[in-house]
Design a protein around this ligand. Structure first.
Ligand code: ADP
Ligand code: MG
Length: 427
């Protein structure tokens, strides 16, 4: 008889086409298959989904995935279906007759995974159907929504355990989040009544990413060289700061044999979607974009991300640059800047905030807000963030947003500077 973990490895390969598990994944999957209550704490992009999707595929019966966002559900179901795995979702975008049909299908064993919003667990329809379903695994994605300490607190997430209390003892449970603070973790374990949980952390290191920071007075030359070399490896992104930069550089590379298009807020939605899709499909090698590009895009084989602009913060940089190499292959996040970029920021600070006290206030407010946000899966919308700081500091929102912008960029440079910027890119 084949070991369950062997089956899992085969599934990873045959359905997803991946050759190996990432750090933590195998441990999490093994733990689930052994029937332990399992809590997975990987950062965003760390590969949490597979920790329940692989068990769902190798086991009999149905896996119910609790997910907070309609877009997430649809996205995942689409990807699973593409990989040949039967999955569906129930949410408010589905007409009720379709919901009923999907539940009938689920009862007849047509799906391996069923995605559902937590609110739906308390509907009469779900309550009457649940006993007919062969639920083997419950996966709670974005589990920090359980905790009032997490900023995406969602009351119905706290009712999941109660709503599913009639499930047999043998049902397996897994919860997953990128928020690893002790309070949130404790809340999740208590609320879900995980008694002897296996907690799996990992996926934090991205060994395949070769980070490169270049401080140079020859930015343009270096950008050209870097893209030329990197484009041989596959597709990539260049982040630039202005629409004009995006247009010009995309034009330049496109003329020089690397298919490239600009992407920024000045383009209409249809054009932007088309560019994004072409890039994802590999029909377009390079997108030169403002930071509007990339949110929610899941392209596994992006080989390089070049910043030709100073990122807004270290967190933002990590997220943007981290879009490279999600498939585990060697990839290159590259940052290119020059001394005068730094000087420019310093000057703007001096000009706009001669009164140091204001800056200090904003800085303190910023630190407090960032502390709250650290480790959480999604940033709160910028307006909320600035609004909170404005309340703390009693300054206007525009004053705050201006100052934060400058402060974060400066702070970023200070942190980057510590890491010995070098000139030149070596592949
Ligand atoms: P998370 O939910 O932790 O933010 P995801 O589950 O969405 O992360 O995975 C992020 C990306 O990593 C996806 O593109 C996924 O296909 C990829 N990935 C996950 N596990 C592996 C693996 N073992 N090998 C290669 N790519 C992987
Ligand atoms: Mg996820």
């Amino acid at each position: 008889e084949e070991q369950p973990i062997e089956k899992a490895r085969e599934a990873l390969n045959s359905y997803w086409g991946f050759s190996s598990f990432r750090s933590g994944q195998e441990e999490a999957i093994r733990s689930v298959l052994e029937g332990n209550d399992t809590l997975v704490l990987f950062p965003t992009g760390g590969g949490k989904s597979l920790c329940y999707q692989v068990p769902a595929v190798v086991q009999d019966g149905l896996t119910v995935v609790i997910s907070p966002l309609i877009a997430l559900m649809q996205d995942q179901v689409q990807q699973l279906n593409k990989a040949g795995i039967r999955a569906t979702f129930l949410n408010s975008t589905i007409p009720s007759y379709e919901v009923e049909q999907r539940l009938v299908n689920a009862r007849n064993g047509m799906y391996k995974l069923l995605y559902i919003a937590p609110e739906r667990l308390s509907t009469e329809l779900w309550k009457s159907e649940q006993p007919n379903l062969d639920i083997q695994l419950v996966a709670i994605d974005e589990a920090h929504c359980i905790s009032e300490w997490g900023h995406d607190f969602r009351p119905s997430y706290r009712e999941i355990r109660t709503a599913l209390e009639d499930l047999p003892q043998t049902t397996k449970w897994i919860a997953l989040t990128a928020t690893a603070t002790p309070e949130v973790k404790k809340d999740i374990l208590e609320n879900l009544e995980f008694e002897e949980p296996v907690v799996v952390t990992g996926g934090f290191k991205r060994e395949n990413l070769h980070w490169w920071v270049s401080k140079t007075e020859k930015k343009r030359t270096l950008l050209k060289k870097s893209v030329k070399k990197a484009a041989d490896l596959g597709s990539g992104i260049v982040y630039a700061s202005t629409r004009r930069d995006c247009e010009e550089w995309a034009g330049y590379f496109d003329k020089n044999g690397i298919s490239a298009k600009p992407y920024h807020a000045g383009l209409d939605t249809a054009t932007r979607n088309e560019i994004q899709q072409d890039w994802i499909d590999g029909d377009l090698s390079l997108v030169v974009a403002t930071n509007a590009f990339g949110m929610g895009i899941d392209k596994a084989d992006c080989r390089y991300v070049i910043h030709y602009t100073i990122p807004f913060s270290l967190e933002a940089y990590y997220q943007e640059a981290g879009r490279a190499g999600r498939d585990g292959e060697i990839s290159y996040p590259i940052l290119i800047f020059k001394e005068s970029d730094v000087q420019y920021l310093r000057n703007r600070v001096e000009q706009n905030y001669p009164d140091r006290e204001i800056l200090q206030k904003v800085y303190d407010g910023l630190c407090d807000e960032l502390d709250l946000a650290v480790g959480s899966e999604q940033d709160s919308p910028e307006e909320v963030f600035f609004d909170n700081i404005a309340k703390r500091t009693k300054l206007t929102v525009s004053k705050v947003s201006n100052a934060v912008n400058l402060l974060q960029r400066l702070d970023f440079l200070i942190q980057i500077d510590l890491r010995e910027p070098r000139v030149g890119v070596h592949f």
